[in-house]
Design a binder for this molecule. Structure first.
Ligand code: RFL
Ligand code: PHB
Length: 394
C-alpha cells in the first residue's frame, strides 16, 4: 500500500488530521488498533473551544456540532458552599465554548471519512514504524486476517494517544520528557438525567473536587475526585450520587437528579510533555505528545490545534514544496501546549485536595478562589485560558 501520509490512531487527532488533509487533496491512510465501536465507546471530553469548532468547520464536519452543541457563555466555581459565575463571554469580548461530546466529534469525523471513501484499517496489531529518519518511511502492521501489511508513505503522523507506538518508536536520547502525576483520579458517571445547572460547576470542597458537566439537556456527566488507587468496583451508583450531593451547594443538592449510570470509569490525572514533536518524517500530535489533567478541558482542544498546524505544514510541503512550516511545527505547537499545561496544572492545583493540603492549604485555595471571582483581572485570566488561547500565525 502507498499513501502520502500514514496516520497512526483513529482518535480525534488522527481523524481530524485525515479530514483536513483530504480537504487539501493529500492522500492518507489511518491505522487503528481497536474497532471503530471501541473508539466510540470511550467517554471523554465534553468542551470544545472556538478554535476547535473552526477547525471542524475547515474540515467540513461542524454541522451537527453547531446544530446540537450547547453554547456556554460562563462556568460556575463552587467553594465555601457558594457558587460564583465566571462570565466567559463578557470577560473575553464575546467568546464562548461549545459543550459537545468527544464521542460525537469522533462519530461525525468517522462518518465524513467513510463518505469520502478514505481508507481506515481497524484492528491493526503489531504496528511498527520504520525509517522515518529518511524520506521514505514505512508502517508495518498485522491486519485483521493475520497477514502482515506495509504502507509506504512520505510522512507518519503519530496520533495514537499516550500509550501509542509512535512516541515509543523514537530513540529516548532524541526526546525530553516532562511529567507530573497527581495523587488522585476522576471517577466519572454518565447518566440520562437533566443537568443540575445550565452551566458547568467546578467544585472545591474539603472532601475533594467535583465537576457537574453535561452532554445535552437530558444527559449529564459528573465527576468526583478519588484517590489514585481507587477502583470503580468499590463504588455503587448510590454511593456516587450520595458523595456528589455532599460536595454540592444546598440548591444544587436539591435539584440534582439521579438515574442509572450509562458508564462509570476512573481516569488518572497526569501532566506530560514530550519534546520535540517532530523526528524527521515522524510528527507527533495530540495525546501522543502531551497530556493535561482534564480540569481545564484542554486535551482534545490541544489535539485539534496540533493537527490544524500539521495539516497546514503538510499543505505547504506538497503545494509550495516548502519544508519551512514543518520545521516550525514542533516549536509552534509547544508554545501553546505549555500555556495549556500551565493553565491545567494551575486549575487542578486550585480545585483539588492533595494529601498535604491540610487546613492551611484549604484556606489558601479558598482565599485564591475568593480573589479570583471578585477580581476582574484574575477572572479575565481564567476566562481567556478557558475559552482557549488564539492559534498563533494561523
Ligand atoms: P486518543 O483519543 O487517545 O486516540 C488515540 C488512538 O490511537 C489508537 N492507538 C493505536 N493505533 C494503532 N496502533 C497503536 N499501537 C495504537 N495505540 C493507540 C487508540 O486506540 C486511539 O483510538 O488521542 P487523541 O486523538 O490525541 O485525542 C486526545 C483526546 O482523546 C484527549 O486529549 C481528551 O479526551 C482529553 N479530555 C478532555 N479534553 C478536552 O479538550 N476537553 C475536555 O472536556 C476533556 N475531558 C478528557 C476529558 C479526558 C478524559 N479521560 C478519560 C482521560 C475527560 C476525561 C475523563
Ligand atoms: C466533560 O464534560 O467530560 C468535561 C467537562 C469539563 C472538563 C472536563 C470534562 O473540564
Amino acid at each position: 500500500m502507498r499513501t502520502q501520509v500514514a496516520i497512526i490512531g483513529a482518535g480525534p487527532a488522527g481523524l481530524l488530521l485525515g479530514q483536513l488533509l483530504h480537504q487539501a487533496g493529500i492522500d492518507n491512510v489511518i491505522v487503528e488498533r481497536q474497532t471503530a465501536e471501541h473508539v466510540l465507546g470511550r467517554i471523554r471530553a465534553g468542551v470544545l473551544e472556538q478554535v476547535t469548532m473552526d477547525l471542524l468547520a475547515r474540515a467540513g464536519v461542524d454541522a451537527r456540532a453547531r446544530a446540537e452543541g450547547l453554547p456556554h457563555e460562563g462556568i460556575e466555581l463552587l467553594f465555601q458552599g457558594g457558587r460564583h459565575r465566571i462570565d466567559l463571554h463578557g470577560l473575553t469580548g464575546g467568546k464562548q465554548v461549545t459543550v459537545y461530546g468527544q464521542t460525537e466529534v469522533t462519530r461525525d469525523l468517522m462518518q465524513a471519512r467513510a463518505a469520502a471513501g478514505l481508507r481506515t484499517v481497524y484492528l491493526a496489531s503489531e504496528v511498527s514504524l520504520h525509517e522515518f529518519d529518511g524520506t521514505q518511511p514505512r508502517v508495518r502492521f498485522r491486519a485483521e486476517d493475520g497477514r502482515t501489511q506495509e504502507i509506504a508513505c512520505d510522512f507518519i503522523a503519530g496520533c495514537d494517544g499516550f500509550h501509542g507506538v509512535s512516541r515509543a518508536s523514537v530513540p529516548t536520547a532524541a526526546m525530553q520528557l516532562h511529567e507530573k502525576v497527581y495523587p488522585f483520579g476522576w471517577l466519572g458517571v454518565l447518566a440520562d438525567v437533566r443537568p443540575v445547572s445550565d452551566e458547568l460547576i467546578y467544585a472545591n470542597t474539603e472532601r475533594g473536587f467535583a465537576l457537574c458537566s453535561m452532554r445535552s439537556a437530558t444527559r449529564s456527566r459528573y465527576y468526583l475526585q478519588v484517590p489514585s488507587d481507587e477502583k470503580v468496583a468499590n463504588w455503587s451508583e448510590a454511593a456516587f450520587w450520595d458523595e456528589l450531593r455532599t460536595r454540592l451547594d444546598p440548591e444544587a443538592r436539591e435539584r440534582l437528579e439521579t438515574g442509572p449510570a450509562l458508564e462509570m470509569s476512573i481516569a488518572p490525572l497526569r501532566s506530560f510533555v514530550a519534546e520535540p514533536m517532530r523526528f524527521g518524517r515522524l510528527l507527533l500530535a495530540g495525546d501522543a505528545a502531551h497530556i493535561v489533567p482534564p480540569t481545564g478541558a484542554k486535551g482534545l482542544n490541544l489535539a485539534a490545534a496540533d493537527v490544524g498546524y500539521l495539516a497546514r505544514a503538510m499543505q505547504a510541503f506538497y503545494g509550495e514544496r516548502s519544508e519551512a512550516a514543518l520545521d516550525r511545527y514542533s516549536d509552534l505547537c509547544l508554545r501553546r501546549v505549555w500555556k495549556a499545561e500551565r493553565f491545567s496544572w494551575w486549575f487542578t492545583s486550585l480545585m483539588h485536595r492533595f494529601p498535604d493540603t491540610g487546613s492551611f492549604g484549604q484556606k489558601i485555595q479558598e482565599a485564591e478562589l475568593d480573589y479570583l471571582v471578585h477580581s476582574q483581572a484574575a477572572s479575565t485570566a481564567l476566562a481567556e485560558n478557558y475559552v482557549g488561547l488564539p492559534l498563533e500565525d494561523f
